[in-house]
Design a protein around this ligand. Structure first.
Ligand code: C2E
Ligand code: CA
Ligand code: CA
Length: 757
C-alpha cells in the first residue's frame, strides 16, 4: 500500500522535475535566442555605420588633400583666385559644407571661403576652441576630426575636419580645414535608425574619449562633445572590450573587428549588451548598446505565459495524482479489509492477525490465551436446516463471542467452523472465562422458528509458555482441542504431554498413506450366529500392522483416514478384499453365508461411491442380498439429508443396511422410522452390562421391540459369556456376535471355522 503511494509520488516528483527542466531549457533557449538576435542586429548596425563613416571621411580626406595641395602651391598673388575656387566648391555643396579654409602650420589662416569673416577668425590657435585638434592634425598623416560645432543660424551640427598637407618630401605645408554639415547631404554619424529607446549609438573619439555623437531616444542627436566621456565609464567600456577580445587594448583597437560584450553601466544599475568597433584611421569607436532590461521586458511576457501554462499543468498533474492516489488508497483499504476480514461475520480472519496482530507477540511478560473453538455440528446444522440457517447461527455466535470479550481482545473466524479468541485473563480466571463463554455461546439459537443447539469444543493454549508465535500457539491449541474432542469434552487446556499423542497421530497420518501399497492392511472376519447357534455370516474388520507403529487400532486409524481423505482408497480396498475373500471362502467351503462390511459416512459422501460399489459387487460372485453395510448411528444422523436418498438407492439394489452401535447416538424414533434400515446392532456397552444393570437390560429390550416394530433384524455384538447369550435369546434378539463364538479371524481360519461347524 505504502509503496504504491510512495512510487506514485516519486513518479509525480520525477515528472515535476522533468517539467521544471523543460521549462528552464525552453525559457533559457528563448532568452538566449533573443540575445543572439539582438547581437546580430547590433553587429550589423555597427558594421553599416562603421563603413559609412569610413567611406564618407575617406572621400572628404581625399578632396581636402587635393584642394590643400593646390592652395599650398599658390603664390601670394594667386590667393584671390584660390579663394574664388573655394567659394565655388562651397556654393556647389551648400548642403554639405559650411566653410573651407587653409591654415599655415603656425595657425595663420592663409585663405578661407568668403563666408568666413577672416578679420575675426585669423588665427586658429587664438580664436577657435578647436586649437587642440589643429595642433594634433599637424602631427598626423590622416584626417583629424575636430570639435563639433552647432551652427547658430541653422542649429545644424557641423563637423570640423583637419587634414595636414605635405609636399612630396613629406614636409608639412599647412592644414586644410572644412566645416561639414553632419546631417546634411550625407549623414555621417546618424544614418542609422535606432532599434528603440533602449538602444544607444555612440561615436567616441579614441584619442581623448570625447563622444562625437550620442544618439538619443527622440532622435535628436547629441553632439555636445565638450563633455568628455567620464573616465570610469570609458574604463568600464574598455574593460568589457579587453575581456571579450582577450587581448591588450592596443591590439584590440588595431584588430579592425567588432567586439560583442556586456557590461554594467556606471551607476551599476543597468546591464547593457554592446557591440563596438574601432576605426583606427580616424580614431573613432563606433559603439551600439542596448539595455538588457529591455530584452528582459521583451521576454517577460513570454516567460509569464510559459510560467502560468506550466503551473497550470503542474496543478492539474498534482490533482490528478492526488485523485489517483486517493482512489487507489481507498480501493486498497477496501481490498485489505476484504482480505483480512471474514465476509459473513465481519470478524477479522487469520491473515488479519498475521498482518496486524504483531503487538500481541512483542512482550513476553504480557500473558494471553488463545482459544481455538470449533462448531462441531455445523455440518449437520447446514444439512438439516439449510446453509442460510447455518450462516445465521455463525453470525449470532460471532456476536455472542464479541459481547463476551473486551474491545482490546480479538475474536477471529479462521475457517468455516473455527473461531479463535485472543484474551488477556489471569491464570486464575481463564478457566471460568472459557467455561462461561462456551456455555453462553452454546445457549439455544432461535432461527426461523427452529430451536437449534450448537455443539462447541475448544482448545486453549497460553502465550508465551506454549507458543511464542501465532503458529506455535495455534498448534498447541489445536492439540488441546483434538484432545477435547477425543475425550468428548467441551474444552481442554493444552499440556505438554498432549503433544506426544498428537505426534503419534501425525506419525499415523504419515505411515497410513502408504499402508495399502506396502501390504500392511488386511481383513479379519468375525462370525455371527443365529439363535440356534448355526453359522449366519461374518463382519469384515480391518487390520493394520505397521513395522514401526505395530498394530494400530482400527477405530483410531479409521478416524484419521477420514480426516486425511485416505478413507476413499482404504474403503475401496476393504470392499474389494472382503468380496474377493468371501468368494474364495464360499468356493472352498461350498456354503453360502452373509457378509457385513463397515462403512464410514465419509465414504458415502464420495461422488462415485454408489456406482463403484455396484461395479465391485457385479464383478464378484456375491449376491447383493447377502451383503450388509454397517453405518454407525451417530454418523448417520449428521448428514441425513444427503445420505437418505443414497441409502434408498442402495436398498433398491437389495443390499442390506445395518445401524451400528445402536443406542449410543441420538436418533429419535421418528428419524429411525424414515431410514431404510433392515438391521439394528446393539452396542457392546449394553451387552456388557445386561446381566447386572437393569437399565442396560431395559435398553436392549426396548431396542429389540423397536426392531420388531420396524421389521428389522436385531443383532447383539460383544457377547463374551454364555449367560449373556442366553439372556439375549430370552428377550428376543435375532443374531449374535462376540468372542464367545469367535474372535475376528483370518480368511484361512474362517474356512477352518466353517468346516468345523
Ligand atoms: P464395530 O463396527 O462396532 O466393530 C466391532 C468391534 O468389537 C471390533 O473391534 C471387534 O473386534 C470388537 N468385538 C467383537 N466382539 C467382541 C467381544 O466379544 N469382546 C470385545 N472386547 N470386543 C469384541 P475392532 O475390530 O477393533 O473395530 C473397532 C471399530 O473399528 C469397529 O467397531 C468399527 O467402527 C471400526 N472398524 C473396524 N473395521 C472397519 C472397517 O473395515 N471399516 C470401517 N469403516 N470401520 C471399521
Ligand atoms: Ca460394525
Ligand atoms: Ca459396533
Amino acid at each position: 500500500m505504502a509503496t504504491i503511494k510512495r512510487n506514485l509520488w516519486v513518479l509525480f516528483t520525477f515528472l515535476f522535475l522533468i517539467h521544471v527542466i523543460v521549462f528552464c531549457v525552453i525559457t533559457y533557449g528563448r532568452w538566449h535566442g533573443l540575445i543572439t538576435e539582438h547581437q546580430v542586429r547590433q553587429r550589423h548596425l555597427v558594421e553599416q555605420l562603421y563603413n559609412s563613416i569610413d567611406t564618407r571621411l575617406n572621400q572628404q580626406e581625399m578632396l581636402l588633400n587635393i584642394l590643400g595641395k593646390k592652395i599650398a602651391a599658390l603664390s601670394v598673388n594667386e590667393l584671390a583666385l584660390g579663394k574664388a575656387e573655394l567659394d565655388e566648391i562651397l556654393n556647389a555643396n551648400v548642403n554639405l559644407l559650411v566653410g573651407l579654409g587653409f591654415a599655415t602650420p603656425d595657425g595663420q589662416l592663409k585663405i578661407t571661403t568668403s563666408n568666413i569673416d577672416s578679420s575675426i577668425l585669423t588665427h586658429l590657435l587664438e580664436k577657435t576652441n578647436n586649437g587642440n585638434s589643429f595642433l594634433y592634425s599637424l602631427t598626423q598623416p590622416n584626417l583629424v576630426l575636430g570639435k563639433t560645432i552647432i551652427d547658430p543660424k541653422t542649429q545644424n551640427p557641423i563637423l570640423t575636419l583637419f587634414k595636414s598637407i605635405r609636399d612630396n618630401n613629406h614636409n608639412l605645408q599647412g592644414v586644410m580645414i572644412a566645416g561639414l554639415i553632419e546631417n546634411g547631404a550625407h549623414q555621417i554619424f546618424s544614418p542609422i535608425t535606432l532599434m528603440g529607446n533602449y538602444h544607444q549609438i555612440m561615436i567616441i573619439r579614441g584619442r581623448d574619449l570625447r563622444p562625437q555623437f550620442v544618439s538619443s531616444a527622440d532622435n535628436s542627436a547629441n553632439y555636445d562633445n565638450n563633455i568628455k566621456l567620464p573616465k570610469n565609464e570609458y574604463g568600464n567600456f574598455i574593460e568589457a572590450i579587453t575581456l571579450t577580445s582577450k587581448k591588450p587594448l592596443i591590439e584590440a583597437m588595431n584588430n579592425n573587428t567588432d567586439y560583442v560584450y556586456s557590461r554594467k553601466t556606471l551607476d551599476g544599475r543597468d546591464e547593457v549588451l554592446g557591440v563596438a568597433r574601432y576605426n583606427q584611421k580616424y580614431e573613432l569607436w563606433v559603439r551600439s548598446e542596448i539595455q538588457f532590461k529591455h530584452i528582459f521586458d521583451e521576454i517577460k511576457f513570454t516567460f509569464i505565459k510559459y510560467l502560468i501554462f506550466s503551473l497550470a499543468i503542474q496543478v492539474i498533474l498534482y490533482y490528478l495524482f492526488r485523485v489517483i492516489i486517493e482512489s487507489e488508497s481507498k480501493q486498497r483499504e477496501v481490498l485489505v479489509y476484504q482480505v483480512t476480514h471474514d465476509f459473513l461475520t465481519g470478524l477479522p480472519n487469520l491473515r488479519y492477525v498475521l498482518n496486524e496482530g504483531e503487538e500481541w507477540f512483542l512482550d513476553k511478560n504480557q500473558i494471553f490465551y488463545l482459544i481455538f473453538m470449533n462448531v462441531e455440528n455445523l455440518k449437520s446444522i447446514n444439512n438439516n436446516f439449510g446453509h442460510k440457517v447455518g450462516d445465521s447461527i455463525l453470525i449470532e455466535l460471532s456476536n455472542r463471542l464479541q459481547q463476551f470479550i473486551d474491545p482490546s481482545e480479538l475474536v477471529i473466524r479462521s475457517n468455516g467452523d473455527e473461531f479463535l479468541l485472543l484474551v488477556r485473563q489471569s491464570n486464575r480466571d481463564i478457566l471460568l472465562f472459557v467455561r462461561d463463554m462456551i456455555s453462553y455461546a452454546s445457549k439455544e439459537y432461535h432461527v426461523k422458528n427452529n430451536i437449534i443447539k450448537v455443539k462447541l469444543s475448544a482448545g486453549v493454549s497460553k502465550y508465551p509458555t506454549y507458543g511464542e508465535s501465532l503458529d506455535d500457539l495455534l498448534r498447541t491449541a489445536d492439540i488441546a482441542m483434538y484432545k477435547a474432542q477425543k475425550n468428548k469434552k467441551t474444552y481442554c487446556f493444552f499440556e505438554p504431554k498432549m503433544q506426544k499423542a498428537y505426534f503419534e497421530q501425525l506419525l499415523i497420518e504419515e505411515y497410513l498413506q502408504d499402508a495399502i501399497k506396502n501390504n500392511e492392511v488386511s481383513l479379519v472376519y468375525q462370525p455371527q450366529v443365529n439363535v440356534n447357534g448355526s453359522f449366519h455370516g461374518v463382519e469384515a474388520l480391518v487390520r493394520w500392522n505397521n513395522p514401526v507403529l505395530g498394530h494400530v487400532r482400527p477405530d483410531i486409524f479409521i478416524k484419521i483416514a477420514e480426516n486425511t481423505g485416505f478413507i476413499a482408497e482404504l474403503g475401496k480396498f476393504i470392499i474389494e478384499t472382503a468380496l474377493r475373500d468371501m468368494n474364495q471362502v464360499k468356493q472352498t467351503c461350498g456354503t453360502d453365508f452373509y457378509l457385513s462390511i463397515n462403512l464410514s459416512v465419509k465414504q458415502l459422501l464420495q461422488d462415485n461411491f454408489f456406482s463403484e460399489l455396484l461395479q465391485q459387487i457385479n464383478a464378484s460372485n456375491v449376491a447383493p442380498e447377502s451383503l450388509t453395510l454397517e453405518i454407525t448411528e451417530n454418523l448417520f444422523i449428521e448428514d441425513i439429508n444427503f445420505v437418505l436418498p443414497l441409502l434408498k438407492e442402495i436398498r433398491q439394489e437389495r443390499i442390506n443396511i445395518a445401524m451400528d452401535d445402536f443406542g449410543t447416538g441420538y436418533s429419535s424414533l421418528n428419524v429411525l422410522h424414515q431410514l431404510p434400515i433392515n438391521e439394528l446392532k446393539i452396542d457392546k456397552s449394553f451387552v456388557d452390562n445386561i446381566l447386572h444393570d437393569p437399565i442396560s437390560h431395559n435398553m436392549i429390550k426396548s431396542i429389540i421391540s423397536i426392531g420388531k416394530t420396524c421389521d428389522m433384524v436385531v443383532v447383539a455384538e460383544g457377547i463374551e459369556e454364555e449367560d449373556q447369550f442366553a439372556e439375549l435369546v430370552e428377550i428376543g434378539c435375532d443374531r449374535f456376535q462376540g468372542y464367545l463364538f469367535s474372535k475376528p479371524i483370518t480368511k484361512e481360519a474362517l474356512i477352518n471355522f466353517i468346516q468345523k461347524m
